[in-house]
Design a protein around this ligand. Structure first.
Ligand code: ADP
Ligand code: MG
Ligand code: MG
Length: 891
C-alpha cells in the first residue's frame, strides 16, 4: 500500500502515462519535459480516484503525498499556499485517459480568501484583477464543490446576480465592470452563499484544496460524464486524474488574455494555425462562449512577438506528437504559458485532409494516416448539402462551425429537442450557447444554431466530433425562451417552425430547403484509394433499387450483398396485385396475379443488374411474413365493426370481411419465428418461382445487351440443409426453363443467409449445397440471444443495472454470436473451400464488426451505400492492425 505512488510532479511524468495521469496530466508532464512554458504542478493518479470511489473517502496517505508535492511547488515558485503576504494560487483540474472536454470539473484561483486576496492586490497593484479572480473562484468553487448538496449554489444563480449588477451599472460585458463593482459583486456572492449554505464561504485554503480534489474525483460519475462515456464507449472504471497547477492569470488587464488554438483548421483541415482568444479573461470564458472571442490573427496584429512564440510552440508540439494539437494557452502580462495540449477533434472532412497532407509532408506513413481516421467520421463527408437556395436571402449569418446542410423544426432547449426527435421530427436546436448538459439535445438534432460562442465553443466542438451541421456566433439571433420564439433579420420564427441552416457557409434560412448528398472530393478519393490498397475484405452494398445501386458503385461497392425483393412489392400499382396474390382462394387465381407481377419485378432486376455492370449481385427471395403486405388486424377489426354498426355499403363490408378473415387466418403469435423466409417459399411456391423467373429473365435480357450479370440467389432463413436442397431443385428448374425460353445461358448460383443458429452449427452440411453464405447478424443475434429487438423493453434496464455493458445488438457479440460465426466459417471452408462468405446485416457497416469479419476470414462485408467508405476504412484498419506496424492514435 505505502509504496504505491499516487502523486507525480509534472517533471516526473510523460505522455505515455495516460492511464495513470490522464491525458491532460500526462501531456502537461510531457510539455514540461520538452521545455515548454508550463506553470508547475503535480498530478494525482486515476488509481487514487478509483480508490476514492471505492472507499468513499480519500485513501490513507494521499493527503500527505499532496502536501509533499505542494511543498515542492512552493519551493519552485517561491510562494506559499495560503500565505498572507506571498500566496500561491492553484487550479484543480480533472482529466481522464480519454479526453472528455467539459464533461468533468475544474476549479481556478484556489487558495483565495480575504487575506490572500489583499496580498494578491498588493503584489500586482491591480485591484480589479484581484476581485475578478476572487468572484470567479467563489462562483466556481460553489458550483463544482458544493452544488451537489446545495443546488442553489449552481453557477447560473451567481451569473444571475452578476447580470443584475451589470444591468444596474450599465455594463455590457464582464470587463466593463470596474474594481469597485466587482467588490460589490463579491459581497453579494458571499452573502448569497451564506444564505443558501447557512455558513460562510470556506476560507481555509487547505480545506478548499481537499474539497476540490474530492469534487473532481466525484465528477467522474456525474450525469453528463456518464452520458458522454456511454456515447463514446469509454469504460466507466478508468477514473479521472487530478492536476494541481500553479495559476497564471489571463485576467490581469489588456496585455493578458487566454485562448485555444488548433495547429490546423479543425473544420476544413487547412494547414494553418486556427484559434481564438479573449483579452483580459480566464480560460473558461473562451470555452463556454460567454463572450465571442477574437481570432488568432488578431493576436498576431496586437502581440506579434507572442504570436510568433506561440506559432513556434504549436509547430513543435505537432511535430512532437505527429498529430494535430488542440492547445490551451494563457498570456499573463505579456508572458505566454501553455496549459493543455491534446489531439485535436476534427470534422470528417478535416480528418481526411489532414491525414492526406501529413503523409505528403512526410509526417506520417500511409498506414498511420489510415489508422488515425475513425471510420465513422467518413460518413460525415457524405453529409447532405443544400441543393439550392432558390435566390432566397439568409435571415442571419454566423460562423460555419460544422459543415453540411440541415432542415428541421426549431427547438429552443434540449429537452424539447429530444421530445420532438422522439416524436419523429427533424430538429434544429437553437440556443444562446450550448453547454455540456445539452449534449443529449444536440445528438437528437440534425443541426445546431447558437447565438454566442466561437469556433472553439462547446457547440462547435460537438459539431466536429459528431458531424452535426452547426452555426455558432450568430449574433443577429434574439432568442426569447418565454415567448418560445427567435427573431432574426426582422423575421419571427416560432418554436416548431421549420428553418434550414447551411453549416458550410454559416447561413440561416427561414424556409425548408431541399438537401442533396455531397460529392466525393479529391483528398477523399486519395484516402479511399489508400484504404483499398491495404484492405483484403471485399465490400458490397445492401441496395434494393437501381438508384441505390448506382450510388453504391460510386462509393466503392464491388457488388451487391443484399437486394431485398419485398420492397419491390410496394407502390400503388403493385399493392393491389400483391393483395390479389395473397388472398387468392386457389392456385390458378394466384398464378394469374403473379403473372401480372412478373414483368414489374423483372424490370426492377434489369435496373439493378445494369447499374452493377458485371459485378456480383445477391438477390434475396421473399422473406417477410405475408401479413406485412396486408392492413393490420386491429385496424381491420375497427373498420368492419364500424361498417356493421353504420349499416354501411354491403359490398365494401363483404370485401373487408373477407380481408379480415384472411388476416385472422394468417395471424401469428410470434411472427419472428413464423411463416417467413424459405418456409414461405415452400408453403407458397408460386411467389419464388415468379421471382426466379424474373431475375433469370433479367440476366438473360442483359446478356443479350452485352452485360454479363452474376446472379447469386439467396434463399433465406434456412435451418436445415433439406430446406435448401428442396428449394434449389425447384428453382433450378425454373431457371433452366427461363433460360431455354430466352435462348441464352446466364451465370447464377444458389446460396443462403445464415441467420438461424442451427444453420450456423450445421454449416458442414449446408455448405456442400451452397455457393455462398451471408450472415444475417440481425436475426442471428436476436435468435442466438433469444431476444426480439421489438419487445426488448428490459434492455435499458439491463444496461442501467450493468448486467449488459451495451445493447448486444449494436456490434457483433464476439463471445457468443461471433463464436458461432467462426465455427460456421471454419466448417464451411472445410467442406467447400470455394464458398463465398459475407455478412449483410447492419453490422456490415459497423467498424468493430467489420474488423471481426476480417479476423474470421469472411470474403466480404455488405452495408448501406453511405456506410461503404466506413466499411472500406475499417477493413483496411483491420489489415494494418493485424500487421501491427502502425502506432495507434489516442482517443
Ligand atoms: P477542461 O477539461 O474543461 O478543458 P481545464 O482543466 O482545461 O478544463 O480548465 C478549464 C480552463 O481553465 C482552461 O481553459 C485553462 O486554460 C484554464 N486553466 C486551468 N488551469 C489553469 C491555470 N493553472 N492557470 C490559468 N488558467 C488555467
Ligand atoms: Mg471544465
Ligand atoms: Mg481544457
Amino acid at each position: 500500500m505505502t509504496d504505491k505512488k499516487r502523486v507525480y510532479l509534472f517533471r516526473e511524468g510523460n505522455a505515455a502515462m495516460r492511464d495513470l495521469l490522464g491525458g491532460k496530466g500526462a501531456n502537461l508532464c510531457e510539455m514540461t519535459n520538452i521545455g515548454l512554458p508550463v506553470p508547475p504542478g503535480f498530478v494525482i493518479t486515476t488509481e487514487a480516484c478509483n480508490e476514492y470511489t471505492k472507499l468513499g473517502r480519500l485513501p490513507d496517505g494521499l493527503w500527505e503525498d499532496v502536501l509533499a508535492a505542494l511543498a515542492d511547488l512552493e519551493r519552485d515558485m517561491g510562494k506559499k499556499f495560503g500565505d498572507p503576504s506571498n500566496p500561491l494560487l492553484v487550479s484543480v483540474r480533472s482529466g481522464a485517459k480519454f479526453s472528455m472536454p467539459g464533461m468533468m470539473d475544474t476549479v481556478l484561483n484556489l487558495g483565495l480568501n480575504d487575506e490572500t486576496l489583499h496580498a494578491l492586490i498588493k503584489l500586482t497593484g491591480n485591484e480589479r484583477f484581484g476581485y475578478d479572480a476572487y468572484r470567479r473562484f467563489v462562483m466556481m468553487f460553489s458550483d463544482i464543490v458544493l452544488s451537489g448538496d446545495y443546488p442553489r449554489l449552481k453557477k447560473e444563480h451567481f451569473e444571475k446576480i452578476f447580470t443584475a449588477l451589470k444591468q444596474k451599472l450599465g455594463a455590457k460585458v464582464d470587463t466593463g465592470v470596474d474594481a469597485e463593482g466587482l467588490k460589490t459583486l463579491l459581497g453579494q456572492f458571499k452573502a448569497y452563499f451564506k444564505e443558501v449554505a447557512g455558513r460562510d464561504f470556506p476560507t481555509d485554503p487547505m480545506e478548499q484544496l481537499r474539497l476540490a480534489i474530492i469534487a473532481v474525483f466525484k465528477s467522474w460519475n456525474n450525469e453528463r460524464a456518464i452520458t458522454y462515456r456511454n456515447k463514446e464507449r469509454i469504460p466507466h472504471d478508468l477514473g479521472t486524474a487530478v492536476s494541481i497547477q500553479t495559476m497564471v492569470f489571463g485576467n490581469m488587464g489588456d496585455d493578458s488574455g487566454t485562448g485555444v488554438a488548433f495547429t490546423r483548421d479543425p473544420a476544413t483541415g487547412d494547414n494553418k494555425l486556427f484559434g481564438e482568444f479573449l483579452k483580459n479573461a480566464q480560460g473558461e470564458d473562451v470555452v463556454a462562449g460567454v463572450r465571442t472571442p477574437e481570432s488568432i490573427e488578431e493576436l498576431e496584429r496586437e502581440f506579434p512577438a507572442i504570436h510568433g512564440r506561440f506559432a513556434e510552440i504549436a509547430d513543435k508540439l505537432e511535430k512532437h506528437y505527429r498529430e494535430v494539437q488542440d492547445i490551451e494557452f494563457t498570456i499573463e502580462n505579456g508572458r505566454l504559458f501553455i496549459l493543455q495540449c491534446r489531439a485535436g477533434k476534427r470534422t470528417g472532412v478535416a480528418a481526411v485532409k489532414i491525414a492526406v497532407d501529413m503523409v505528403n509532408e512526410g509526417l506520417l506513413t500511409k498506414e498511420e494516416a489510415l489508422i488515425r481516421v475513425p471510420p465513422e467520421a467518413l460518413e460525415q463527408l457524405l453529409n447532405p448539402r443544400i441543393k439550392s437556395t432558390g435566390g432566397l436571402k439568409p435571415i442571419a449569418k454566423g460562423l460555419n462551425a460544422g459543415p453540411g446542410g440541415a432542415s428541421g423544426h426549431v427547438a429552443l432547449d434540449s429537452k424539447t429537442a429530444i421530445k420532438m426527435a422522439e416524436a419523429g421530427q427533424k430538429v434544429i436546436l437553437v440556443r444562446e450557447e450550448t453547454n455540456p448538459d445539452d449534449l443529449g439535445g444536440m445528438l437528437a438534432s440534425v443541426g445546431v444554431l447558437t447565438q454566442r460562442g466561437g469556433r472553439t465553443s462547446h457547440a462547435a466542438l460537438v459539431a466536429r466530433q459528431y458531424g452535426i451541421p452547426t452555426i455558432c456566433a450568430c449574433s443577429a439571433l434574439r432568442i426569447d425562451e418565454h415567448a418560445r420564439q427567435v427573431k432574426a433579420g426582422g423575421v419571427v420564427v416560432k418554436e416548431g417552425d421549420v428553418i434550414t441552416i447551411d453549416g458550410t457557409l454559416g447561413e440561416v434560412y427561414n424556409a425548408a430547403l431541399e438537401t442533396e448528398p455531397a460529392t466525393v472530393t479529391g483528398d477523399f478519393g486519395t484516402f479511399m484509394a489508400w484504404a483499398d490498397e491495404y484492405r483484403r475484405l471485399g465490400v458490397r452494398a445492401n441496395a434494393d433499387t437501381a438508384e441505390q445501386a448506382e450510388e453504391a458503385v460510386k462509393l466503392g461497392a464491388e457488388g451487391i450483398g443484399l437486394a431485398r425483393t419485398e420492397h419491390m412489392f410496394l407502390g400503388s400499382e403493385r399493392v393491389p396485385l400483391v393483395r390479389d396474390m395473397i388472398l387468392a382462394e386457389d392456385e390458378p387465381t394466384r398464378e394469374a396475379a403473379l403473372a401480372k407481377l412478373l414483368p414489374l419485378q423483372r424490370a426492377d432486376f434489369v435496373g439493378i443488374l445494369k447499374a452493377m455492370g458485371g459485378r456480383p449481385v445477391t438477390i434475396r427471395l421473399i422473406d417477410p411474413p405475408l401479413h406485412e403486405f396486408l392492413p393490420p388486424l386491429d385496424e381491420l377489426l375497427v373498420e368492419v365493426t364500424e361498417l356493421r354498426c353504420r349499416n354501411g355499403d354491403p359490398a365494401a363490408l363483404k370485401e373487408k370481411e373477407a380481408l379480415l378473415k384472411k388476416v385472422q387466418e394468417m395471424h401469428e403469435v410470434n411472427p419472428m419465428l413464423g411463416l417467413r423466409g424459405c418456409r414461405l417459399s415452400i408453403y407458397f411456391p408460386g411467389i419464388v418461382n415468379m421471382q426466379v423467373a424474373a431475375m433469370i429473365g433479367a440476366a438473360c435480357e442483359l446478356k443479350k445487351a452485352g452485360i454479363d450479370a452474376h446472379l447469386e440467389i439467396m434463399i433465406p432463413l434456412i435451418g436445415a440443409v433439406s430446406e435448401l436442397t428442396y428449394l434449389k431443385a425447384q428453382l433450378d428448374e425454373v431457371a433452366r426453363k427461363t433460360m431455354a425460353e430466352e435462348g441464352v445461358e446466364v451465370d447464377y448460383a444458389f446460396g443462403t443467409m445464415i441467420e438461424i443458429p442451427r444453420a450456423a452449427l450445421t454449416a458442414d452440411e449446408i455448405a456442400k449445397e451452397a455457393a455462398f453464405f451471408s450472415f444475417g447478424t440481425n436475426d442471428l443475434t436476436q435468435m442466438g440471444y433469444g431476444i426480439s429487438r421489438d419487445d426488448a423493453r428490459f434492455l435499458p434496464v439491463y444496461i442501467e443495472k450493468g448486467i449488459f455493458k451495451a445493447d448486444p445488438t449494436e456490434t457483433i457479440d464476439v463471445k457468443g454470436i461471433g463464436r458461432m460465426m467462426k465455427i460456421c466459417v471454419d466448417d464451411a471452408k472445410a467442406v467447400n473451400p470455394n464458398i463465398k462468405l459475407g455478412i449483410c446485416g447492419e453490422h456490415g457497416g459497423e467498424p468493430e464488426s467489420v474488423k471481426f469479419c476480417h479476423k474470421i476470414g469472411l470474403t466480404y462485408v455488405s452495408c448501406s451505400p453511405r456506410r461503404l467508405p466506413v466499411a472500406r476504412l475499417a477493413a483496411a484498419q483491420a489489415a494494418i492492425e493485424e500487421k501491427g506496424t502502425a502506432v495507434q492514435r489516442d482517443k
